[in-house]
Design a protein around this ligand. Structure first.
Ligand SMILES: Cc1cc2nc3c(=O)[nH]c(=O)nc-3n(C[C@H](O)[C@H](O)[C@H](O)COP(=O)(O)OP(=O)(O)OC[C@H]3O[C@@H](n4cnc5c(N)ncnc54)[C@H](O)[C@@H]3O)c2cc1C
Length: 321
């Protein structure tokens, strides 16, 4: 691929942080995926906005990557720029009646929750053991233990193509179960930072609640390389229950296996490829549909695939946001 003009501009801005042919399996919790044609790590929201704007100005395809815990990159990789978000600043406002946390979007959700807990800020206990960044969590309305980002988010700073920067209220994201206006592709943009609301509580009590959640996770979820829940739970049921009832617990294709511990987790147990995972997704969807007439919808996003396993709206080969 010829070097677009934006690559020269990014080279000047980021020096040797702009790399070529970077293996994406090192940046995805499933540990699969080919190479990114170009790859840059941004360290703060100014750099993030700068990199994204440069891509928009020059029409360069890009993908914004958090912790890679909810994406499946194809074995062919990504033929544009992957921007790895390491904008991680966390500031707490611990005064007055309503304490808040201001966080850059590349901050780790778990770390934010644990820092809040140590300062006696409650509300994020559910998030302490959920992998990912704040940006990824807002994008997909991550949640666990009866709560989610929708409950915590107050405001976020957004960058959009042609519209520039603006502050969004939580309502603007139109959150639904594991989704948002961005994940549905009804709007596009990049989350730069967020303000989260909390309430005061005894740090010891917060810690105890976190321990209960963390213990529950250890008991019910498998260790190893995965993307967490592969499918959303269909209304009134559980994807894991349906997959198990279809007799698919332990079923494997290539190096990936439907977990014996939790059937909605697909674990890369033996050097799986992205194609193995894709094939397993299709097999599970078909089998569950045949058995129960239920269409399992992917929670995970597939990047760089041309196929149609994803019945989310238009996520294949998803490029610039
Ligand atoms: C073991 C395991 C357990 C899990 N448990 C849970 C759970 O309990 N609950 C739950 O909800 N999820 C769970 N997940 C899924 C995952 O943790 C969440 O979806 C997480 O929020 C993804 O964040 P990320 O930074 O890894 O996003 P990525 O996977 O890097 O990206 C996901 C999407 O978000 C977009 N994105 C990322 N940052 C931004 C930004 N700043 N602005 C705009 N778009 C952005 C990306 O472009 C991509 O489209 C689990 C995953 C694993 C591996």
């Amino acid at each position: 691929m010829a070097h677009p003009q934006s690559i020269g501009i990014l080279e000047k801005k980021f020096g040797n942080r702009l790399q070529q042919q970077v293996a994406l399996h090192n940046y995805a919790t499933a540990r699969v995926g080919g190479a990114a044609a170009w790859f840059v790590t941004v360290r703060n929201t100014t750099e993030l906005a700068d990199a994204v704007q440069t891509c928009w100005d020059d029409n360069l395809k890009f993908f914004l990557l958090g912790s890679g815990s909810n994406v499946l990159f194809s074995d062919e990789g990504f033929d544009g720029l992957v921007i790895l978000n390491h904008a991680k600043k966390i500031e707490m406002k611990i005064s007055g009646e309503h304490p808040t946390l201001w966080v850059e979007s590349g901050a780790s959700l778990g770390l934010v929750a644990r820092k809040a807990a140590l300062s006696g800020l409650s509300g994020l206990e559910w998030a302490a053991t959920v992998p990912g960044t704040i940006g990824g969590a807002i994008y997909g309305n991550a949640g666990a233990h009866g709560s989610d980002m929708h409950s915590n988010l107050l405001l976020a700073e957004i960058l959009q193509h042609e519209k520039g920067k603006s502050i969004w209220k939580k309502e603007d994201f139109q959150f639904s179960y594991r989704s948002s206006i961005f994940k549905r592709h009804d709007e596009s943009g990049v989350i730069l930072s967020a303000t989260l609301n909390c309430v005061y509580d005894d740090p010891q009590k917060i810690k105890e609640r976190m321990n209960v959640f963390s213990e529950h996770r250890r008991r019910t979820q498998p260790p190893g390389a995965s993307m967490g829940s592969m499918f959303k739970n269909p209304p009134g049921d559980y994807a894991g229950r349906l997959i198990e009832a279809a007799g698919l617990k332990g079923y494997s294709i290539g190096g990936v296996k439907v977990s014996e511990v939790h059937a909605n987790f697909f674990v890369n147990s033996d050097q799986a490829t992205a194609s193995d995972i894709y094939d397993l997704v299709q097999h599970v969807q078909k089998t569950v549909n045949k058995e129960f007439k239920v269409e399992l919808e992917l929670e995970v996003e597939m990047i760089g695939f041309n196929q149609t396993a994803n019945n989310n709206k238009a996520n294949h080969g998803k490029a610039s946001i």
